[in-house]
Design a protein around this ligand. Structure first.
Ligand code: UT7
Length: 318
């Protein structure tokens, strides 16, 4: 694994200088105290490249040995070419297949499932999966209901065939399209291409129906986690570490409570990074391992969710 977050820290108090908000509101409603914000000119691929280099270095693998690069992002450098092409160029992986995966904040889990499938099928042996987002470029900095929640970051994992008990056990992926408009970036695609009107209407920024997403998340984390655990023959008590997508501490607490997972088995760094979308789960994994909270043999349950409305759970023997 390898991760990267920009140096610049923006606190809730900093935000309250330009928005009608407060540290009290943001921290009690979301659990977030500060976030990292990318520098001007720093795009998702720039963050992803640093995370990728760190992952390759820690695995002792050269870019030329990669079989595939998948980048999950809701804030790609450009609509096309894929952000993965920029990552590939920067790390020097010429010739390696490289593509982007769009599944919003669930993107990292979907990318993990895609990479795992390429390896399980025997087609490839080394897949670099990257979650990289500069969500700060997608939010409307005049909208206090969304701007305070997000941050920037990247995480990369190198997947290889595992021996014995170790490795990815299974996934539960899904999408409920009825909620597709609850979280979206309306303009800039083929539905609503950029125009003076879309710019004037602030349609190039993220729009969210926070309450609906909140209800969806607290419901789906529980049902997806239970489904995956029972499919794979495990109980809640077997889980050593629960790593949910970091969107809101109230969502994480409610899901853990419904599942009956004790607080000491729940990992969160939301307080310091906010919602970093596709980077949130790998940032947690890397930090958990660094802090000695992930040991070989541990059963790890990750659950992502986001626009779509989509979800993805992954069970892994560390
Ligand atoms: O990756 C997945 C993405 N997103 C999520 O998972 C987000 C899910 N949703 C949430 O986390 C929560 O719904 C929010 C944090 C977005 C909002 O929390 P809430 O408890 O549902 O608040 P609310 O939207 O019901 O707003 C309550 C009040 C409103 O004022 P009134 O109408 O009661 O007078 C808002 O205008 O809080 C106001 N408000 C704020 N006040 C101060 C909204 N944002 C702010 C703010 N500062 N930043």
């Amino acid at each position: 694994m390898g991760t990267y977050v920009p140096d610049r820290i923006v606190t809730n108090d900093d935000l309250s200088l330009t928005l009608d908000t407060s540290d009290e509101w943001i921290s009690t409603r979301s659990g977030i105290r500060e976030r990292r914000i990318a520098g001007s000119g720093e795009a998702s691929s720039d963050l992803g490249v640093i995370a990728a280099r760190r992952a390759l270095e820690s695995a002792g693998i050269s870019p030329g040995e990669l079989d595939m690069i998948i980048v999950a992002s809701l804030s790609p450098d450009t609509l096309f070419p894929p952000t993965a092409s920029y990552v590939s160029a920067a790390i020097g992986a010429n010739g390696t297949p490289a593509y982007d995966l769009s599944a919003a904040c669930t993107g990292f889990i979907y990318a993990l499932a895609s990479g795992e499938a390429f390896i399980a099928s025997g087609r490839y042996e080394r897949v670099l999966v990257i979650g990289a987002d500069v969500v700060s470029r997608m939010v409307d900095w005049t909208d206090r209901s969304t701007a305070v929640l997000f941050g920037d970051g990247a995480g990369a994992v190198l997947l290889e065939p595992a021996g014995g008990e170790q490795g990815i056990i299974g996934f539960d992926l899904g999408n409920e399209p009825a909620g597709r408009d609850d979280l979206k970036l309306p303009a800039g695609g083929s539905r609503l291409p950029a125009s003076e009107d879309t710019v004037a209407g602030r349609q190039h920024f993220l729009k969210m129906n926070g309450r609906e997403v909140f209800k969806f998340a607290t419901r789906i984390i529980e049902t997806s986690a239970r489904q995956l655990l029972s499919e794979q023959g495990f109980g809640i008590e077997d889980v050593d570490l629960f790593v949910p997508h970091q969107a809101n501490m109230r969502i994480i607490d409610a899901a853990a409570r419904k599942l009956g997972i004790p607080a000491e088995k729940v990992f969160s760094n939301l307080e310091r990074y906010g919602n970093t979308s596709c980077a949130s789960i790998p940032l947690c994994l890397d930090e958990a391992e660094g802090a000695g909270r992930l040991k070989r043999g541990d059963l790890v349950l990750m659950v992502g969710f986001g626009a779509g409305l989509s979800w993805g759970s992954c069970l892994t023997r560390w």
